[in-house]
Ligand binder design. Structure first.
Ligand SMILES: Cc1cc2nc3c(=O)[nH]c(=O)nc-3n(C[C@H](O)[C@H](O)[C@H](O)COP(=O)(O)O)c2cc1C
Length: 159
C-alpha cells in the first residue's frame, strides 16, 4: 500500500522548519534558485549538508551542471523572497534581488540569517527528487531571527 500524496503532504506539513533559498550559477548561464526546506546538516568531518531538489525544478539541472550551490537561510522579514523563489511564473527570480558570490560563484542572498557555499560532493536519486550532498567550503551566520514554515504557512520564529 502506498500513501496518497495529499496525505503525505498533510502529515509532513506538521514538521516545522526554517526556509532557505538554494541557488546555483552554471558557467555561461544565468543563476537559478528555489525555495527549499529540505535542508539538513549531514556530517561534521568533512562538513556536509544536504538539499533535496525536485527533478522537475529548473534549478535541478543547473545544480548538476555547476557542481556547486549556496544555501541562504531566510530571515523573518524575507517572506517575500521565499514566495518569489517558490514561484513558477517569475522569468528571472534574481531580478531586483541583492546577492553576491563567495567561493564557488553560487549566489548568496544578502541579509540572510545564515549561508553556506558548497561544492557538490554527491548526488543521490531519491524518487522524484535528487539528494544533493554539498561539502561546505565557506559560510557565516548573523544574529537575526529566521523565517519559519509550518502547515503550509510562513511565520516568524521567536525563542
Ligand atoms: C516553504 C517551501 C519549501 C519548499 N521546499 C522545497 C524543497 O525542499 N525542494 C524542492 O525541490 N522544492 C521545494 N519547494 C518548491 C520549490 O520552491 C518550487 O517548486 C520552485 O518553483 C522551483 O523553482 P525552479 O523550477 O525555478 O527551480 C518548496 C516551496 C516552499 C514554498
Amino acid at each position: 500500500m502506498t500513501m496518497d500524496s495529499a496525505e503525505f503532504r498533510r502529515i509532513l506539513g506538521h514538521w516545522g522548519s526554517g526556509v532557505a533559498v538554494v541557488a546555483t550559477h552554471p558557467p555561461g548561464a544565468r543563476p537559478w534558485g528555489l525555495t527549499a526546506n529540505a535542508f539538513a546538516s549531514v556530517s561534521l568531518d568533512p562538513p556536509l549538508v544536504l538539499v533535496c531538489v525536485d527533478v522537475r525544478a529548473d534549478t535541478h539541472d543547473g545544480l548538476h551542471v555547476a557542481g556547486a550551490f549556496a544555501v541562504s537561510v531566510l530571515a523573518g522579514d524575507q517572506e517575500r523572497l521565499a514566495r518569489r523563489f517558490a514561484a513558477d511564473d517569475v522569468a528571472d527570480k534574481f531580478e531586483g534581488v541583492a546577492w553576491r558570490t563567495e567561493v564557488t560563484g553560487a549566489p548568496v542572498l544578502e541579509d540572510a540569517v545564515a549561508w553556506v557555499d558548497c561544492r557538490v560532493w554527491a548526488a543521490h536519486p531519491a524518487g522524484d527528487h535528487t539528494i544533493f550532498v554539498g561539502e561546505v567550503l565557506a559560510g557565516d551566520a548573523a544574529d537575526r531571527l529566521p523565517l519559519f514554515f509550518y502547515r503550509g504557512g510562513f511565520g516568524r520564529f521567536q525563542p
